[in-house]
Design a protein around this ligand. Structure first.
Ligand code: 6PG
Length: 232
């Protein structure tokens, strides 16, 4: 069996939500206790929405704790914040109730390149090792093609090693998206991979059995603890 982290199978959606929130908030608390701050990067898509909702409903952390938590984004579609496609817009529907710090990746009024320059500046707040920001925690999802963040199979962004954040052209979607690069995801202190559905579980099992070309597998290289929390 390959060592690609810990695999936690939830019995269903409710247990998946409660397990994920409990482990994520414990990881945030650990960073706060150790350093007085927590820098995390969250993914978009549909999967994490229910987690953000639960994080708000349950008092996993006190207000004074949230004040030292910095939310960054793993990737972003280049659309207005009020678009149903905006990862920031969708997450902030829930997270805005938290007295935390939110660092938007893409601002439609600035456009792609200016937003990217802006975000690279924001990333300077994150503790670095060399020229790589080291997040305390990264929450990753996975597509049914094995992509994570906006690092898609067949995209040139799979080869980007010298930039922390960049704009990736995605042939399979005929669009481009802003994304963190593999080195940043690999360098994170802790990583949770959150997924559900038989097609994604099947990809996870493939990865467990033998080396694959899926971008999620590349993202998990490195020594930090990875935890897959999933349900069918
Ligand atoms: C995005 C995400 C992306 C996501 C996967 C899974 O912008 O879409 O960051 O990497 O995690 O595409 O998306 P779902 O959770 O919607 O299946």
């Amino acid at each position: 069996m390959r060592n690609l982290g810990n695999f936690i199978a939830a019995s269903g959606k409710e247990e998946w939500i409660s397990l994920s929130c409990a482990m994520i908030s414990a990881s945030i608390e650990e960073a706060l206790e150790e350093k007085g701050s927590c820098f995390l990067a969250i993914s978009g898509g549909n999967t994490p929405k229910v987690l953000f909702e639960a994080l708000i409903e349950e008092a996993y952390l006190q207000d004074e704790d949230w004040k030292n938590v910095h939310f960054f984004w793993v990737d972003e579609r280049m659309v207005p914040t009020d678009s149903s496609e905006s990862n920031f817009g969708n997450a902030m529907k829930y997270l805005q109730k938290l007295p935390a710090n939110f660092h938007q990746m893409y601002d439609d009024e600035l456009g792609g390149e200016a937003s990217l320059d802006n975000y690279r500046q924001k990333l300077q707040q994150v503790p670095h090792e060399g020229n790589i920001p080291v997040f305390d925690l990264v929450l990753l999802g996975m597509g049914e093609d094995g992509h994570t963040a906006s690092l898609f199979p067949g995209s040139k962004g799979l080869e980007v090693k010298d930039q922390s954040a960049f704009i990736n052209q995605i042939p399979s979607l005929n669009t481009s998206r802003m994304t963190l690069s593999f080195p940043v995801l690999q360098q994170a202190t802790e990583c949770f991979i959150l997924l559900n559905g038989p097609n994604k579980v099947k990809i996870m099992q493939e990865i467990l059995e033998k080396p694959t070309e899926y971008p999620i597998e590349t993202a998990l290289e490195g020594l930090s603890p990875k935890t897959w929390i999933y349900y069918n």
